[in-house]
Structures are given as structure tokens and as C-alpha cells.
Design a protein around this ligand. Structure first.
Ligand SMILES: *Cc1c(COP(=O)(O)O)cnc(C)c1O
Length: 388
């Protein structure tokens, strides 16, 4: 018998999505190819300098060096409430309706531990950010996968969710603007989600990580804008994508106070909250005039236009995304998404993510991230044209 065996629950977790791609990427790179990486959704643009300056100041202050409050600095929670009011006209009580997170991934992954009993069902979209499903599995829950199909505009079809699953469900995860499909939702869809969750006594959990990265003047809504939404639901948000702060690890959960209290109880026993200095820098970001966000959106929008129009010229049927920094590209008929990813990597040195990696219904697409300078996108297009 082996001395060490990992827990059974780890065997339920599929291999890390990017592992295979990472390995192949290294192989191609070591053969001397200049790789263009459109794979990982991690901004190449730096954190705006005024946020970095605030961090430098805050980190030099010994008062930030002690254990933070697990629920987050009151000043940060107040800044979140101000930001929600300004941005969405949503009122939040900073003491009970805002919880600081060490990145929103942390909160999403821990939430099922606070909500699910053994074998409870959570409704989980697919394709999707993998954390909703993994968090459910770690908590001993049963993910019921709700497909987001092209023919439904990449929205869940509520009528196809079996009532027997819905009745057992505790959480319904959803994410708009969406990673990976870049789909945006209006309040009408959010209302359907709220109605469905009310009917079946489910907690709606909206991942709003991309509401600030939008184009052509479009402003994505918050789920909490709906009257009554926070009576049952929560929304997760993050400074990662909005302010190019992925490495800093700062996010927030807002909305229903009972759900947040339960999540806070888990967190108080697992982590000890986000570094105060990071939260102080986060306040500077949230309280700023948001011109840095507008500037970065213009950069992503220019990249989007270059990539999408270039792809269209080459015969790809692709729509310009209204938000997120992703392009969800249908793959040519003769390829699976995995084959197309390999084809692009081996023949053009371009890294993409196969749609199937986000879940079976993602087959037929690859995800491209607009996280490289426009010159690199032009180079990618030139290489694509060459391989035909
Ligand atoms: C990037 C991302 C997150 C994670 O954000 P962090 O705050 O960095 O943990 C959550 N959800 C989606 C859909 C994302 O793409």
C-alpha cells in the first residue's frame, strides 16, 4: 500500500484545465517558437499607478501589519457600499450586506461550505468558470449542470431544469457578463432568475466579476438592481479584472445578510481576511473617478475590434463581445475544440482555451483573451491567415 493517498474528493476533480495546454505550450516554446498567449484571462495592463502608490503608503503603516478583521475593514466595506450606490443605485448596509473576500474565487469556493448539506444540489451552469462546480463538490454537494447553449443565447433554459432537481437545489450560480462566452444579460433575464429561485427556494448567486469591462458605452447591470433581489440573493464582485489587480486578491460578496453571515462564519474559521493594506488600496480604486477603468476598456475595445474584424475577414463567424475581454470563437467544422486548440498552437504558436475545457456544451468553441497588445493580435491574425 502507498504511504500517501489524497482524499477521495480530489479524485472527483478533473485535471486542471490549463495543465495539458501548459505542457504543450512549454513544448512548443522550447522548440523556439514565439508564443502568442491568448489563453489565460489575466490582464496584461498593470494596476493603475495611483492604486500602487496608495498600497506603498499603506504597507509602510504598522497598523496594517496585524491580523485583519475576517469580515474586512469597515472602511473598505463602506467604500464598496458607496461604489454600489454610485454605480448601480443599490443600497447596501456595509456592516451586514458587504463581506470582504480574498478575491471573489475564494468566496465562491467557500460559499457551498456555508450553505450545502451532504448531497444537496446546486444548479451550476456549463460551460462556466470551474469554481462553482468544484466548490460544490468540495462541500459534498451535487452539482446539477445547466447547459448554456448557443440556441438559447447562452442562457439557462429554466423550463428544462427538472423540478425534482430544482426542489432539492440550494444555490443557483450565474455569471453575466459571462466567462467564457462573453454573453451579457439584461434585467429581464435577471428577473426570470429571481422568479425561478423564489419559486423553488433557491439562493441566486451572481458572479459579477466583469460588469465594469464593457464596450461601446454599454453598462452591464447588477442583479441586486432588481427590487427584492437581496431578500434572497447574493452577488460576488472583484477588483481583479476591473482594476487589473488579479495578483492582489481582493473581492467582495454583497447582498443577503443571512447568506453573508453564514459565509463569514466559514471564513472566520479558515482564513483571517484580506491584508488591510490591500483593502486600503482597494478603497482608493473604488472611490476614484473610474477614469482608469474607462481607459482600459478603450484599450480592450480597440483590441476587440482588431481581432474580431480580422477574424471576420478570414471567414470566421464571430460577434464582437459587448463586455469581458474574451472572444468566444466557433471552431471550423472539421475540428473539435481540443483539435483546433492544438492546431493553433502547433502551427501558429497561438495559445487558446478549448471550449470543452469549460464543460461539455462548450464544445465547438475556443476562448481567446484580449490580454495582449494589439500588435500581437495583428501578428496572430497574420499567422492565422498563413495557415488558412
Ligand atoms: C477571474 C474570475 C473570477 C475570480 O476573480 P478573483 O477575484 O481574482 O478571485 C471569478 N469569476 C469569474 C467568472 C472570473 O473570470
Amino acid at each position: 500500500m502507498k504511504f500517501f493517498e489524497p482524499a477521495e474528493r480530489l479524485k472527483l476533480i478533473p485535471p486542471y484545465l490549463f495543465k495539458d495546454i501548459d505542457d504543450k505550450k512549454e513544448q512548443v516554446r522550447s522548440s523556439g517558437v514565439d508564443i502568442i498567449d491568448l489563453g489565460v484571462g489575466d490582464p496584461d495592463l498593470p494596476t493603475p499607478p495611483f492604486i500602487v502608490e496608495r498600497m506603498k503608503e499603506a504597507v509602510a503603516d504598522p497598523r496594517t501589519h496585524r491580523y485583519p478583521l475576517y469580515s474586512g475593514l469597515t472602511l473598505f466595506r463602506e467604500a464598496v457600499a458607496r461604489w454600489y450606490k454610485r454605480r448601480f443605485e443599490v443600497e447596501l448596509d456595509p456592516d451586514t450586506e458587504v463581506l470582504t473576500l480574498i478575491g471573489c474565487k475564494e468566496g465562491l469556493a467557500h460559499l457551498p461550505l456555508a450553505v450545502n448539506n451532504w448531497e444537496d444540489v446546486n444548479l451550476v451552469p456549463t460551460p462556466a468558470y470551474p469554481v462553482y462546480r468544484m466548490g460544490t463538490i468540495f462541500a459534498g454537494g451535487n452539482p446539477y449542470m445547466v447547459p448554456l447553449l448557443k440556441e438559447n443565447g447562452f442562457f439557462p433554459n429554466f423550463r428544462e431544469i427538472p423540478p425534482i432537481e430544482a426542489r432539492d437545489a440550494k444555490l443557483f450560480f450565474f455569471n453575466y457578463p459571462n466567462n467564457p462566452t462573453a454573453t451579457v444579460a439584461d434585467l429581464e433575464f435577471f428577473q426570470q432568475m429571481l422568479d425561478f429561485c423564489r419559486e423553488y427556494h433557491i439562493t441566486p448567486v451572481h458572479d459579477a466579476s466583469y460588469t465594469e469591462l464593457a464596450f461601446d458605452g454599454y453598462r452591464p447591470p447588477s442583479f441586486l438592481q432588481l427590487p427584492g433581489a437581496k431578500d434572497i440573493g447574493v452577488e460576488f464582485h472583484s477588483l481583479s479584472k476591473t482594476y487589473s489587480m488579479t495578483g492582489w486578491r481582493l473581492g467582495m460578496a454583497v447582498g443577503n445578510r443571512e447568506v453573508l453571515a453564514a459565509l463569514g462564519k466559514i471564513k472566520s474559521n479558515i482564513d483571517s481576511g484580506a491584508f488591510d493594506a490591500i483593502q486600503l488600496a482597494g478603497i482608493a480604486a473604488l472611490d476614484s473617478d473610474q477614469s482608469c477603468v474607462a481607459q482600459y476598456c478603450r484599450i480592450y475595445q480597440e483590441r476587440r475590434d482588431i481581432l474580431v474584424s480580422g477574424l471576420k475577414k478570414q471567414g470566421y463567424e464571430v460577434e464582437p463581445p459587448q463586455a469581458t475581454f474574451y472572444v468566444w470563437l466557433p471552431v471550423p467544422q472539421r475540428f473539435t475544440s481540443m483539435q483546433f486548440t492544438t492546431h493553433l498552437l502547433e502551427n501558429a504558436g497561438i495559445v487558446t482555451v478549448p471550449g470543452v475545457g469549460f464543460g461539455e456544451p462548450g464544445e465547438g468553441f475556443v476562448r481567446l483573451a484580449l490580454t495582449v497588445p494589439k500588435e500581437r493580435l495583428e501578428e496572430a491574425l497574420a499567422r492565422l491567415a498563413k495557415i488558412g
